[in-house]
Design a protein around this ligand. Structure first.
Ligand SMILES: *[C@@H]1O[C@H](CO)[C@@H](O)[C@H](O)[C@H]1NC(C)=O
Ligand SMILES: *[C@@H]1O[C@H](CO)[C@@H](O)[C@H](O)[C@H]1NC(C)=O
Length: 388
């Protein structure tokens, strides 16, 4: 990194502190780090603040990040990759992990949750799935033994494809072959007071309502649900027609609006959905189609990937004092690779994956959904993030 670029980076952080309004409601952001060109975590603190985010989700427990966010009040979900599941069954190993990766940063860094594995059940790998709950239990037991279980909860993030039926939303149900796993995990949530996490690409209120219905059908009506990932790529390959800056701006802009309006879903209109936007940065080392590397709100140099279109008339951010003097990005040329086991996340690319009949079917489903909405006199569109 040369000096000019360093200056540029500071300037951008400075400006973004003014341009983005303070958003009172809390936005969550996924901070993925599968890249070799990201700014040092100290310089990420003002970026996170500039978008009004008060919650960050990691895919690991990166020590530099956890240290950089000490005393910032930002809440953290730390992650534990799928490759650690079998190890965490062992309470002793789980305890060592919790001591090193969680307890060491408390209370300065506000770690509130540990997400064990990502989208484990939809890998269809029974040896992995069999380890999920025991790993969650192992980590929870470690927290209990360390006296941390009231401060830190344990959960896992699911893909929406754990649903067998998502339409109509009232008929939402989980995949039958996963019901056994899911029921036990839900019991764990109930017993330990942890939230149910779901990754939703793209976010549609009816999909979340389908999750609520599926939960209710198993007897878990009141379990808190959080959207652990949703987002839209600003760039893609030639055959990824929807992945444009314009769409990403609309989607994420509307998403942030929806969060700030504290809008739930038609089924739970008043429930304050915790939503984690995917993602903070474009990540240049992610495999797969180009869209995978372009989900970020920010480019690695700290400039916005596109204007989010938020109003600039609201209160000026009080982060500018921090932002004017960010410490220089230390060794951003080296970076680090986070441990992540996210499978190909191609959920957004409906138009890319579906054959023509599929598109027709999707259109019919959406049409049916709105008609159903009119019949039931519910303004579903108010809850949806439609970018079309
Ligand atoms: C997992 O199994 C389900 C249902 O049998 C199937 O629809 C899905 O495509 C499978 N996913 C993977 C990643 O193999
Ligand atoms: C900004 O924050 C500082 C320190 O946290 C505080 O003293 C100051 O009053 C705040 N200013 C505004 C305009 O809120």
């Amino acid at each position: 990194m040369d000096f000019t670029r360093l200056h540029c980076f500071s300037l951008v952080i400075f400006i973004s502190g003014f341009v983005f309004p303070v958003i009172v409601t809390s936005i969550g952001i996924n901070y993925g780090q599968i890249a070799d060109n990201l700014p040092s975590p100290e310089n990420v603190v003002p970026l996170v603040r500039s978008i009004g985010a008060t919650k960050v989700k990691l895919y690991d427990a990166n020590p530099q990040v956890l240290r950089a966010f000490a005393d910032t009040g930002v809440e953290f979900i730390v992650g534990l990759g799928n490759e650690y599941l079998s190890k965490m069954r062992d309470p002793d190993k789980a305890q060592v992990w919790v001591k090193t990766n969680v307890q060491a940063y408390l209370p300065a860094t506000k770690i509130t949750c540990i997400a064990i594995g990502n989208e484990v059940l939809t890998f269809n790998d029974t040896s992995l799935s069999d380890n999920l709950l025991p790993a969650m239990q192992g980590v929870h037991t470690a927290l209990v033994n360390l006296g941390l279980d009231k401060k830190v909860t344990v959960t896992t993030a699911h893909s929406l494809s754990i649903l067998e039926t998502s339409y109509p939303p009232s008929a939402g149900s989980f995949r039958r072959d996963l019901t056994e796993y899911i029921t036990q995990i839900l019991n764990f949530h109930l017993k330990t007071g942890s939230p149910f996490l779901i990754n939703a690409y793209p976010y549609f209120a009816y999909k979340i309502d389908a999750v609520y219905s599926a939960l209710a059908s198993l007897g878990y009506k009141k379990l808190p649900v959080q959207i652990s990932e949703t987002g839209w790529p600003s760039k893609g390959d030639e055959d990824e027609a929807g992945a444009t800056m314009e769409n990403a701006k609309k989607y994420n802009g509307n998403l942030i609006k929806l969060i700030s309006q504290k809008k739930g879903t038609p089924m739970r209109p008043s429930s304050d959905l915790n939503i984690y936007v995917f993602a903070l940065f474009n990540e240049n080392m992610k495999p797969g189609p180009a869209s995978e590397r372009n989900y970020g709100l920010f480019k690695p140099d700290g400039t916005p990937a596109y204007p989010l279109g938020l109003s600039t008339t609201t209160v000026l951010s009080n982060t500018s004092s921090d932002a004017t003097s960010p410490s220089p990005p230390a060794s951003s040329a080296t970076g680090y690779l986070s441990i992540s086991s996210t499978p190909g996340r191609s959920h957004y690319a409906i138009s890319r994956e579906l054959p023509t009949w599929g598109k027709v079917l999707k259109t019919l489903l959406i049409l049916g959904y709105y008609v159903w909405g009119m019949i039931t006199r519910k303004k579903h569109e108010d809850f949806d993030l439609d970018i079309n």
